[in-house]
Design a protein around this ligand. Sequence first.
Ligand SMILES: [Zn+2]
Length: 425
Amino acid sequence: MYRLTAKLRLIKHACKSLHRQHTSHISRRVAEAKSCWISAQVALDETPGSVELMSAERNHARIYSQLCKEEEAFYKQRSRIQWLSLGDRNTKFFHRSLVHRQSRNRVHGLTDESVLLRGRSFWYIKLPTISSWSWKKILQSRSWCKGLFTSSIGNGMDTSLWLDYWLPDGKRICDLLPFRVLSSTGLPWNAKVADIIIAGRWSFPSGHQDLQQIWNSIPFHPRTHQLDACIWTGTAAGNFTIDSAWNLLRDTRPRDSKYHLIWFPGHTPRHAFIFWIASMDKLYTMDRLLSFRITTTSSCILCGVQAETHDHLFFNCPFSSTVWRDLAAKTLYCWPNTSWQRLLQWAASIFRKPKDFTHILSRMVLSTTVYYIWYERNNRIFKNAYRSPQELRAEAYEVIRVCIMEKDYGRVPENLKNIWGLPDS
Ligand SMILES: [Zn+2]
């Protein structure tokens, strides 16, 4: 193996020079060979009987043919187009196919004038009937990303003066002024920002007063040694990211003040889900079912006295009140005796710390109690299974205790350790 690699190393330079000899500037060499061949043909036409010229013409033809083969091999390697072997020899179609293939597989840049934009503004180009899927999708995306991409002016060569978003406030001139005003400058519709830069400085065209105000609002100078750059306004760095686009486009609503009360670190999903529904007063309590005419009575199955509403279940009902009072006392907080929604508001305003054990415990006790009261209510209705408040409280207590013991919540106050029977860590 060593001998093989040593030999390969020895022929490395020879291979490199051979590769250079056959493939460097191959297209230029083919063009030169063709030119020499045509010259030899012209010379032979003028002196048809010359043996020397006949020999020279054949020699040039041979060289040209050889170079054409080498060029084909070069492009075959690069393009991986299988049909080249069928005899297509360096036609314009072949080269355009190469360009098309590259443009189909990759978006090189939206300023690629020879392929996609051809000098036109990305924001103004019409959707072509025949184009790659990716290019069509990019053009269709303009409807939502208009104005979210802006141009940072370098030399101004790649930015449309009227149609691109390059003004300091992220706007474009054609949205601010009518076409009549823009045409009064004498600059064409496809003018570039570079057209108003002379010797590295702005040379704003005089014209309408409103246009002059726009020129006056431009605080920066062109940087003629740099290319124009595309800036995504969704991130501080200007780079496009999917999540920043999503955050820019989606409908945002202020986060529910009760969010952290329900979805706290270490929450139990099934408890949190029922608690979440209950926090919106959307559980199918008897009063709601009665309003839908699904039942004929709204009486509470837990106490059998009052109507079952969210306010009653949480926690005005004598049954649920017993469960809740005992468990709430184990948080060492003094919970107010108030309506359901007010209780939630109070808890949401108090228990805000994500890592404080007493806050986590209080949120856990609230959501677990809500879950088990709803669980008991459903068991009574659908399974005819009844438990006492003490039994329900004992089960909820054990569930909360196990949840606490499973996770490491850092420092736990000693008195809470005793109440919840937690081991010394
Ligand atoms: Zn009740």
